[in-house]
Design a protein around this ligand. Structure first.
Ligand SMILES: Cc1ncc(COP(=O)(O)O)c(C=O)c1O
Length: 394
């Protein structure tokens, strides 16, 4: 029976056998063949079977199926997913499988710091990234029209940590006109809040480390693609040769996390709304960035392409760098840590933590000011989170 609601897909999708109620963990590097002939048939793709865990693993496969089912929910697409060792390896695999030496990836301002650093390193391997403002779609079109070496557009929406959003549908329409593929980093929204394939994306990637796992127990990533032929040939080959596979134990942890994803996302969103509304009333704060505020520059776009506003927010302390550090140090309930999307509230100060390797002038350009605090609102009671913030701001 095909599940009708996304909550049921989260619990049920991803098949495995042997009458185990819960997905078993297969901590094996290799698999036995009954005969030389069977080994040959499996290796030549004439028979289904497992060969080696860098290629595929019986714990990992159902997790890939579940994530593909979620990203493609109600879309009538045949999606293929590969679980990877990290979000960064997912990004690397998208670039390595799509681009040839001399080609470029086109992306936008304000990306996750690691993504930005990876793009800056592309020239070392004969590739390049062009980073422009995607608020100006005419400019995007001009670049696509004039530069025939662009082989991929990469979007991160909402972006980490500024919550800048990009119009996925509009970019996909432009990309189609110039025969360029589009990948979307859907880490902040998750398929519960946003399905980039419904707007025409070709690939979706995640740092599974975040909301999909949800409990802070894994480093992982995933790439989902809609071109079955590409995913099962070029992408699969690149994946196997890069050795970027997930471990079976990590995959198992992700499987468990995914089962509660809709419940968690609902509470993350509700708590973030309450915290954001409180922050707005505090005089120590210059401004609060939460996509749910009508005056947020990306509110309308978020409303158009997301089902809710997410669990992330950012706010700017009036006192700059020193205030940012002082605030972080006073927190007692909220955890001082990088990363996001876990059951507990994680708070970071990008200027002194995640973005220390990026030139101050450069980060200011993307809205990462000295006093900016990024908050991944967790599942504690909203009143307790607010009380902790209130105390730290005293
Ligand atoms: C939006 C986004 N994409 C990609 C990554 C990289 O993921 P990972 O740390 O799992 O490699 C991160 C990490 O914070 C992220 O926030």
């Amino acid at each position: 029976m095909k599940p009708l609601h996304i909550e049921s897909v989260c619990v049920k999708a991803g098949e495995y056998s042997h009458h185990s109620h819960v997905l078993p963990i297969y901590p094996t590097s290799t698999y036995t063949f009954d005969s030389a002939e069977e080994g040959a048939a499996i290796l030549q793709n004439k028979q289904k079977g497992f060969v080696y865990s860098r290629f595929e693993n019986p714990t990992t496969e159902p997790v890939c199926e579940k994530i593909a089912a979620l990203e493609g929910f109600n879309l009538n697409l045949n999606l293929t997913a590969f679980l990877t060792a990290s979000g960064m390896s997912a990004l690397g695999l998208i670039a390595m499988s799509n681009l040839k030496s001399g080609q470029k990836v086109l992306s936008h301002f304000s990306l996750y710091g690691g993504t930005e650093e990876w793009f800056n390193r592309l020239p070392n391997i004969g590739l390049e990234a062009i980073i422009i403002d995607f608020d100006d779609l005419d400019k995007v079109e001009k670049v696509l029209k004039n530069d025939k070496t662009i082989g991929l557009i990469h979007l991160e929406t909402p972006a980490n940590p500024t919550l800048k959003c990009v119009d996925i549908k509009a970019v996909c329409e432009l990309a189609k006109k110039y025969s360029v593929k589009v990948s979307v980093d859907n880490t902040f929204a998750t398929p519960i809040l946003q399905q980039p394939f419904s707007f025409g994306a070709d690939f979706v990637m995640h740092s599974v480390t975040k909301y999909l796992n949800g409990h802070g127990t894994t480093i992982g990533g995933v790439v989902v693609g809609k071109d079955e032929e590409f995913m099962n040939t070029i992408f699969k080959k690149t994946y196997r040769l890069m050795g970027a596979n997930s471990s079976p134990f990590d995959a198992w942890l992700v499987m468990n996390g995914l089962k509660t994803l809709p419940l968690r996302m609902e509470r993350h969103c509700d708590n973030a709304a309450k915290v954001a509304k409180y922050l707005k009333t505090n005089s120590a704060i210059a401004n609060v960035s939460w996509l749910g505020f009508e005056e947020h520059p990306y509110h309308q776009l978020a409303k158009m392409q997301m089902r809710n506003f997410g669990g992330m927010l950012a706010f700017d302390l009036k006192g700059g760098l020193a205030s940012g550090q002082k605030f972080i140090n006073q927190l007692q309930l909220c955890v001082k840590a990088v990363s996001l999307g876990t059951v507990d509230t994680l708070v970071s100060h990008p200027a002194s933590m995640t973005h220390t390797n990026i030139d101050a002038k450069e980060r200011m350009k993307y809205g990462i000011t000295d006093g900016l605090i990024r908050m991944s609102v967790g599942l504690e009671h909203a009143d307790d989170i607010i009380a902790d913030i209130q105390n730290a701001l005293k």
